[in-house]
Ligand binder design. Structure first.
Ligand code: GLC
Length: 672
């Protein structure tokens, strides 16, 4: 049986500027073109500048994790992995650098990937209302141009040259709970009991930085998490896995083996004098493993075994932009500045200047310019390699885990990323807030991430920063039940947001139960998207390009080939307006029961109470639904029934652990 879409003819070409660094984002051999770059007007001097005319009805899609809309027109984005906890409309860079776009104009449709580890600016009709201007101060870059008949074809071809997306174990599709931090085993037990007592499904609890001894990677605090292997087993017996965080910086501390090995073998990034570069992150002063060096990747990656040997089956890699709070240099420069200013008359302007200066010391250019990588192709300043750091940290883990546990999938996701990292792990979208606008952000970012290969994705449900509210969490869960990574996570000092702590916990249970009922569908669509290089979340614009309303609908998404979702993202809403580009069947979950309504193409106001979920099954389609269970491993797939107007559905099932993904026996056509 052929499970992929029919083959299309693509043209993909590679254009080299200067001496590009091979990022290993593209893994297929593509011939360099002899002609000059098509579509763009190119200026190549001390940097690079590519310009193309964009008209009112044109669109520019892609850029992965960038803020703002699905259609990126109207703003300016800097591709520079940034540890920025304020995701506002003014934010130009987030944790991921994802330089792939699809440009659609009246007479052109093509994809372009600007492959460079250095900063790239995408000015999408911001400086000039009718121009897309792409610039990089660095003159070395590889540009890939992909032609195709549809956006899907272009994305599929791009995905085929960057390699298959990461596939997590099936349990990682369950609901998971996190907080910075559960401070000891009893704290974790309390969370597990909270969920189990209210019969709310749960598959994992995350261990944030406090499980470590003084924030040292691959150590466990003996006082609070002593006898970790036994504890992992205890939790697993209840169907709950523990997922520890690993940070990029290695604490400088005599006697700490990882620090000592790193220094002895020159495994850390170095300063201009060749000494290990030092900067402050959570553990205090740290060194940064030189992940651009393959030997370092193998070394650091091998350390994950310390935790897998204890029974750990998943990790989240963090602070890997890398985040730098400060270096001694920046502290000294700040002191100097204060001293100098204090000796002069202090005016409001100087006060503001100082305030800005101090605020901008974190993750500053000066620090990123002060250290170096030793790569097989030479020594490079970090600033020019910046966007590859988090990618290669997760690659280090992914490649090592492949060797440590070759027969088993391990959960792995990262905060910072570059295209290419999607082969090794997923991402979460970092430190968002308990803001309604951040639910909408998540809707918009999902398809853009899928375009760039990131399929295992999700946001901190309920919001990471500031205090959540019951209604916000319920509404966010109603989106979260559809995302592959479904994790509720909150920052230290914020209100506790475990679902069982709120009034009427049964409302939370019903929504999360629905997630478990949908897992056969979500898992199948994920696996099909990974195997066939397709998008799991699609904008309406991609599916209905002739429908003007669909083309500008950015708060609804198609999920797989069968569903459309339209989550509520405003406070005190009765429901929301939904646009149906074709007739569909609305499925309403109310108090655990499902109700079906046939709906006509067009605009509708759909009432959705905060404890209900409504989603839409497309014309002629059906989806599988099983009985809920308290964790993924207890799902009974023999209870699957097909719902919706269609007659059949191609189900993907396997054991959820092993890696024989493309075995035809994993695909089963279910019929009503
Ligand atoms: C960073 C992470 C966040 C984590 C915190 C403490 O802010 O993004 O998820 O909880 O560090 O480790």
């Amino acid at each position: 049986m052929n499970f992929s879409r029919t083959a299309v003819i693509f043209v993909i070409k590679k254009y080299l500027f200067g001496k590009p660094f091979y990022t290993e984002a593209v893994v297929k051999n593509i011939e360099s073109a002899s002609e000059s770059l098509p579509y763009f007007e190119t200026v190549h001097s001390t940097g690079l500048k590519f310009t193309i005319k964009i008209q009112k009805d044109d669109a520019v899609y892609g850029l992965g994790e960038a803020m703002r809309g699905i259609n990126k027109k109207g703003y300016i984005y800097n591709s520079f992995c940034a540890d920025d906890p304020n995701h506002t409309e003014a934010t130009r860079s987030l944790y991921g650098a994802h330089n792939f776009i699809v440009v659609k104009t009246a007479d052109k449709l093509f994809g372009a990937f600007f492959d460079t580890p250095a900063v790239v600016t995408f000015d999408v009709c911001y400086s000039k209302f009718d121009e897309l201007i792409i610039t990089s101060e660095n003159e070395n870059m590889t540009v890939y141009i992909i032609d195709g008949d549809t956006i899907y074809d272009i994305v599929k071809e791009f995905r085929s040259i960057i390699g298959r997306s990461y596939i997590p174990p099936m349990w990682a599709f369950g609901y998971t709970q996190s907080r910075w931090s559960y401070i000891d085993k009893d704290d974790v037990r309390r969370v597990a009991k909270g969920y189990r007592d209210f019969d709310i499904p749960l598959d994992a609890i995350y261990m944030d930085i406090d499980y470590m001894e003084r924030y040292k990677d691959f150590t466990v605090n003996d006082k609070t998490f002593g006898k970790l292997p036994e504890f992992i087993e205890e939790m697993k017996e209840d169907g709950i896995r523990l997922v520890p965080i690993i940070d990029a910086g290695v604490k400088i501390e005599d006697g700490y083996d990882i620090y000592e090995e790193g220094v002895k073998n020159n495994y850390f990034c170095t300063d201009k004098d060749g000494k290990p570069f030092e900067a402050c992150v959570w553990p205090g002063m740290t060194h940064f493993p030189d992940f651009l060096n393959p030997e370092v990747r193998t070394w650091f990656g091998s350390k994950y075994k310390i935790l897998t040997d204890m029974g750990i089956e998943g990790f989240w890699n963090d602070m890997n932009e890398p985040a730098i709070f400060f270096s001694q240099n920046s502290v000294d420069a700040t002191h100097e500045k204060i001293k100098r200013m204090a000796s002069e008359k202090f005016t409001i302007d100087e006060f503001n200047e100082l305030k800005y200066y101090i605020g901008s010391r974190q993750n500053c250019d000066e620090d990123y310019s002060a250290f170096y990588h030793n790569t097989p192709s030479g020594r490079f300043c970090h600033k020019d390699m910046h966007n590859l750091y988090g990618y290669n940290m997760t690659r280090s883990a992914g490649e090592a885990l492949e060797a440590i546990v070759p027969d088993k999938r391990i959960l792995l996701f990262s905060r910072a990323s570059y295209i290419g990292m999607h082969r090794y792990g997923g991402i979460w979208t970092g430190d968002n807030h308990s803001w309604w606008s951040h639910i909408l952000n998540e809707i918009k970012v999902l398809p853009s991430l899928n375009m760039c290969g990131f399929l295992y994705v999700g946001a901190d449900i309920g919001g990471f920063g500031c205090d959540t509210t019951r209604d916000l969490l319920l509404r966010w869960l109603s989106l979260g039940i559809f995302t592959p990574l479904m994790r509720n996570h909150a920052a230290a000092g914020t209100r506790e947001q475990e679902c069982y702590l709120f009034e009427r916990p049964e409302d939370f249970k019903n929504i999360i139960d629905l997630r478990y009922r949908l897992i056969p569908y979500i898992y199948s669509e994920y696996m099909k998207a990974a195997i066939n290089n397709e998008m799991m979340f699609k904008p309406l614009a991609f599916e209905f390009p002739e429908d003007k309303v669909a083309c500008c609908t950015e708060d609804q998404l198609l999920l797989g080939d069968e569903l459309m979702i339209a989550p509520v993202y405003t406070q005190n809403a009765l429901g929301r307006y939904v646009y149906l580009p074709e007739e569909m069947t609305a499925v309403r979950m109310r108090a655990g029961e499902l109700f079906f309504t046939e709906m006509e193409k067009g605009h509708h106001f759909v009432e959705i109470a905060e404890n209900e979920v409504v989603f839409f099954i497309r014309k002629g389609k059906a989806i599988p639904l099983c009985k809920r269970a308290k964790c993924v491993e207890e799902l009974d797939l023999s209870t699957i029934e097909l719902i919706g107007p269609g007659e059949e559905y191609l189900l993907y099932t396997d054991d959820g652990f092993s890696k024989d993904y493309e075995n035809p026996a994993n695909f089963r056509m279910l019929k009503k």
